[in-house]
Ligand binder design. Structure first.
Ligand code: 5GP
Ligand code: ZN
Length: 111
């Protein structure tokens, strides 16, 4: 279920440090190291697979509720949830991840 060479598997195991936001038996969430805005988070399954199509449904179904809670916790009214699959789709890390990217509006200030 994990891949020794995978950065995100190492983060799940704690071998690479991260700013952890949430953890359950199937899901791990942490801040992106190169945030596109303040609070940019990544939500990942504790199951190694590069693409959405590689992950069992029982893991996938837990990812969106966590993404939703993190989006709410940022307080941002506007946000993106993104999930890239494959190089042509701009995926750099081959372990499924949902980006949660707050998009502060003018009222909320800068990201
Ligand atoms: P992708 O382009 O694959 O959808 O996005 C991968 C994301 O993972 C990027 O936003 C990148 O900043 C983030 N990332 C890559 N390596 C690390 C790391 O070691 N720690 C953290 N926290 N984020 C990482
Ligand atoms: Zn992995």
């Amino acid at each position: 279920m994990t891949s020794p060479a995978c950065i995100f598997c190492k983060i799940i195991k704690g071998d690479i440090p991260s700013f952890k936001l949430f953890e359950s038996d199937k899901v791990f969430a942490f801040l992106d190291i190169q945030p596109l805005s303040r609070g940019h988070a990544l939500v990942i399954p504790k199951f190694h697979g590069a693409k959405l199509t590689d992950i069992p449904d029982e893991y996938l179904t837990e990812l969106l509720p966590v993404a939703k809670k993190i989006a709410q916790a940022t307080g941002a009214e506007d946000f993106n949830v993104l999930q890239n699959n494959g190089r042509a789709a701009h995926q750099l890390v081959d372990h499924v991840h949902f980006h949660v990217i707050p998009k502060p509006n003018e009222k909320e200030g800068l990201g």
